[in-house]
Design a protein around this ligand. Structure first.
Ligand code: ZN
Length: 506
């Protein structure tokens, strides 16, 4: 046998595509020829594969070796093709039976010593293999947990190339990995820990119920971060499909915790304001790494000290947040990742960030305005809820009063409100009040005139823009859903107006 073929998977974003790996041995000057657009990393992998074969006790054929990766039009990035390349070479040389690898999917990077190393993106790769009808996938032992999440494909875990060879020769079968029952995800921080801050607590509840983006302004110590961290706990748990989707992103990002292979709770991502565009949105060399925005898919993206982020970086977020996906283009191809994240921005009211609040502020009015203006414009325009949090006074802290409601109670109300909104919006393809376009809102779900007097007056006065008017209606609906009312009343509209006409203005 001088020709052998096997399979691996290439990734574009979180979408895997089958890659046919063919190896032909012919007479001629010994050497390796690669065809099929392999990137620099795949080229290097030939040297790694050669060393790994030798160190695994195999023989590298002293022939002219032609390696083809097809379809040729698909970019092939990353080191995950090593194991398939090595196996195909050994099969072409007759070291393992060629028929044993013809339908097999192999994923993994090889160490020079012949070990099989974990790679990123194994979950979406195995999902693609299952969809294409391949019965068996060999994956690095370090990725076996995530691979086993996929139904309909047998997952074999490999620690070394020698183990794979022994398996294919029918000597020692590789261990079969099945999905294990996972313990429930540990609960996140609880809303019961937040003392005082009735406005802030209300704002995160409303944000969770309607899927609204949220802007929290307030002095240090007002509890902005505490509140934001508790938002994911108020969101419903991910269903199986959503969980696989989010896990696939973390698999490609390389941020999947080894002890929790399936992400079942909405995630919380809080990039620092010094984060680069690539860290926030996605990028990097080789296999494109999704950024914090994509890792927050179906979860929460928290930007603390938002005015400190470069304006260009903040403006980059707007379109992906609107579309729910982000595309990163490179010379070698483009990758698209989903990013339906809920945004929470936090800001101090001024650059001096005095914990004592306005009284001790040393900033000039101009400095304050400039600081707040850094957030103006297109991004803020997408944010339905903007609240000012007062500093928590010592008296309020000491007084304590009744114990604050815990996450479980508030999350129950949120779930009910979401169900009401989903029922009302059924047939539109929308689920949350925050997703309803302004026109649809005004045409189909305008509250009675009597409820709108306040907000119409604000519009006439110029205190509210037309977009601002739509946002007030969206939030009013969420408030009505939370209260179990079938239509927003004047009180809901007034509260919605209050949750938006804060210092940050219309
Ligand atoms: Zn100040």
């Amino acid at each position: 046998m001088t020709l052998a073929r096997t399979w691996s998977v290439g990734l574009a974003g979180v979408h895997g595509a089958m890659v046919d790996v063919e190896v032909d041995l012919s007479a001629g000057v010994p050497g390796v020829v690669l065809v099929g657009l392999p990137d620099a990393v795949v080229r290097q992998s030939v040297d790694r594969v050669r060393a790994a074969v030798a160190n695994a006790g195999g023989r590298w054929p002293l022939r002219r070796i032609t390696i083809g990766l097809s379809p040729a039009s698909m970019p092939k990035q990353g080191s995950g093709f090593d194991l398939a390349l090595a196996t195909a070479v050994l099969a072409a040389d007759g070291a393992v039976p060629a028929e044993s690898v013809g339908r097999l999917v192999l994923l993994g990077e090889l160490g020079l010593d012949g070990s099989v190393r974990a790679v990123r993106g194994v979950l979406p790769a195995v999902l693609a293999a299952a969809r294409a009808g391949h019965p068996t996938a060999v994956v690095p032992a370090g990725n076996a947990e995530e691979a086993a999440l996929v139904e309909g494909v047998e997952v074999l875990a490999a620690g070394t190339l020698a183990e794979v060879v022994a398996h294919l020769k029918g000597r020692t079968p590789l261990p079969r990995h099945t999905r294990r029952t996972l313990p429930p995800a540990p609960p996140g921080p609880d809303l019961g820990d937040v003392v005082g801050q009735p406005i802030g607590r209300r704002a995160v509840e409303v944000a969770a119920a309607g899927g609204h983006h949220l802007f929290l302004s307030g002095p240090p110590g007002a509890g902005k971060t505490m509140l934001a961290e508790r938002l994911p706990g108020l969101l419903p748990a991910l269903d199986e499909q959503e969980a696989l989707e989010v896990t696939a992103i973390h698999s490609v990002a390389g941020t999947l915790p080894p002890d929790a292979p399936l992400v079942t709770r909405p995630t919380f991502e809080a990039p620092h304001h010094s984060a680069t565009m690539a860290a926030l949105v996605g990028g990097g060399s080789g296999l494109i790494r999704p950024g914090a925005l994509c890792r927050a898919h179906r979860g929460v993206l928290f930007l603390d000290e938002a005015p400190e982020f470069p304006r260009a970086v903040l403006d980059t977020l707007r379109q992906p947040l609107e579309r729910g996906s982000v595309t990163i283009s490179r010379a070698s191809g483009a990758a698209t990742f989903p990013c339906r994240a809920q945004l929470v921005l936090a800001a101090n009211p001024c650059p001096c960030a005095s914990a004592a609040g306005d009284a001790a502020c040393t900033c000039s009015p101009l400095e304050r305005r400039r600081y707040q203006a850094r957030l103006s414009g297109p991004l803020l325009d997408r944010i339905d809820l903007r609240v000012d949090l007062p500093a928590v006074t010592r008296a309020a802290w000491l007084e304590g009063g009744t114990a604050p409601e815990p996450t479980a109670v508030v999350a129950g109300r949120v779930a009910q409100a979401r169900a009401l909104a989903a029922a009302r919006l059924s047939g539109t393809g929308l689920h949350l009040n925050s997703q309803v376009p302004g026109r649809l809102l005004r045409e189909r779900w305008s509250p009675p005139r009597s409820a709108l007097r306040l907000v119409e007056r604000a519009l006439e006065r110029g205190a509210l823009s037309v977009r601002g008017y739509d946002r007030v209606l969206r939030v009013a609906w969420t408030l009505a859903d939370l209260a179990g009312r079938t239509v927003p009343g004047a009180d809901d509209v007034a509260e919605a107006l209050g949750l938006r006409l804060q210092r940050a203005a219309a």
